[in-house]
Design a binder for this molecule. Structure first.
Ligand SMILES: [Zn+2]
Length: 457
């Protein structure tokens, strides 16, 4: 496929720049130059962008105009001033989204986007084209660390565009194939019977890299290993995105695909935030976004190195700025620099979704997996679900094993929960089955109370 890649690079992109004023490559060049700058210079650039964003938001965005006078007279650094603004969670944003639209912006001229509804209500928001191009530039920079260029062929394992009719779907695939040099494999279509034809497709297409959901890539890899299949195509990278990449998923991908497994950290409503470098660290694109980590209960900033709830402030989206937007992930920033030569700040670890975490009475996080570990070793229960209604009030639903049930196992589970969460009130319900959620998945850990307590607008 070298011809398609070269046409995309040398004809299609220059035309897009000429006709549509697409600036992705210019932004990519900016990001590439900035990654060499000393940390202090990067920080100064970020401060200056944050200042411009605050100037804009307090003037033009109804949700923030109440801060105009305070900001005008403030002598604080922008980073410090930002902390006066309450954090914004998805629910607060969804209910007041019209207040975040810049005065005079016409939604019909903007790019509408929405998050998936798998972990809750979908969130609708708007972006302008330059913001989207900056996200794309960040992704291309991350990919360039692995020798991948714009126009290089890729195979994407993704949810299929099922909402399209047949004609639209055909057009969509043609566009993917010839304008993006990309073929799609449906993530809904991965099973033992299909895997051989999918592997055949990859062998014929010879992509430079694979791109997909962590869980879909891992399933693909597992099916390959089960069948003893090898791709036989030298991949520059396998890029996992959209979900937390777990260690066992990374291992199975590395083994099946025989290529570096790269974590892309981004979100539809947060852009491309960070990329894993060849030395294995996550670098945050500080040119595009400002990150804070706060205590999940008090909303107070946490020191670098300590894990907490991530807040993202996109430094460029002028049409719908969201300051201190709580994306729902738990992570820690790192004070370390990386030996790879890229100077973008390092994210220490990404612990997963806030939705899957419980909060203890002390305010610390306890990942939902803990209940799994707790109950897995006991034969009394077939399955379970723990729901945290409020920090001190939970419901534990248990499905008994008819023959192996012993009452003392219930006591052991309850004391394990209290060891982890504190002296909480747990109501135990014995049920015949745990019904799945609307997504089809059965969740064993559900938290209904917010991790943060900060009223907004
Ligand atoms: Zn690095």
């Amino acid at each position: 496929m070298p011809l398609t890649g070269s046409l995309i690079r040398n004809v299609q992109w220059p035309l897009m720049e000429l006709i549509r004023q697409n600036r992705t490559r210019a932004y990519l060049q900016e990001l590439r130059e900035a990654q060499q700058l000393p940390a202090e210079a990067l920080r100064k650039r970020q401060t200056s962008k944050l200042k411009q964003l605050l100037d804009h938001a307090v003037q033009k965005v109804p949700a923030y105009t109440e801060f105009a006078e305070e900001w005008r007279t403030s002598e604080e650094e922008p980073e410090r001033f930002l902390q006066r603004i309450p954090l914004l969670d998805k629910c607060q944003f969804r209910e007041n989204s019209h207040r975040f639209l810049m005065e005079g912006a016409n939604p019909a001229e903007l790019i509408a986007n929405r998050t998936g509804g798998s972990t809750g209500e979908p969130t609708r928001f708007f972006l302008d084209r330059p913001t989207v191009e900056r996200y794309e530039a960040a992704r291309w920079l991350g990919l360039s660390w692995y020798g991948i260029r714009i126009g290089d062929p890729s195979v994407m394992i993704w949810g299929s565009p099922i909402e399209l009719n047949q004609k639209e779907a055909h057009r969509y695939y043609l566009k993917e194939r010839w304008l993006k040099n990309r073929v799609m494999i449906s993530a809904y279509d991965l099973d033992e019977r299909q895997i051989l034809s999918h592997v055949g497709l990859i062998r014929r297409f010879r992509p430079a890299y694979l791109y997909g959901y962590a869980s879909a890539l891992a399933l693909f890899a597992e099916l390959m290993l089960q069948k003893g299949l090898r791709l036989g195509v030298p991949l520059k990278a396998v890029v996992s995105t959209a979900e937390t990449l777990l260690d066992h998923q990374r291992q199975v991908m590395a083994e099946a695909f025989q290529a570096p497994v790269v974590n892309e950290y981004g979100a539809r409503d947060g852009g491309i935030i960070a990329y894993q470098c060849p030395a294995g660290r996550m670098h945050a694109f500080s040119e595009n976004c400002y990150l804070e980590v706060v205590d999940p209960v008090t909303g107070e900033p946490l020191p670098v190195g300590q894990a907490g709830a991530l807040l993202v402030t996109d430094l460029y989206n002028r049409v719908m700025p969201r300051l201190r937007y709580q994306l729902g992930d738990v992570l820690a920033l790192s004070p370390k620099t990386c030996l790879c030569g890229i100077r973008y700040p390092v994210i220490q670890e990404i612990d997963g979704r806030v939705d899957d975490m419980f909060v203890s009475l002390k305010g610390s996080f306890v990942h939902g997996h803990f209940i799994n570990h707790l109950i897995r070793g006991l034969e009394s229960f077939r399955t379970f679900q723990l729901v945290q209604h409020a920090p001190d009030r939970l419901t534990l639903r248990l499905v008994k094993h008819p023959e192996r049930y012993r009452t003392e196992d219930e006591t052991r589970v309850l004391s394990g929960i209290r060891d982890a969460l504190g002296e909480v009130d747990v109501r135990v319900e014995y049920v015949d089955r745990i019904p799945p959620a609307a997504s089809g998945k059965t969740r064993y850990a559900i938290r209904e109370c917010p991790l943060t307590a900060s009223p907004r607008v």
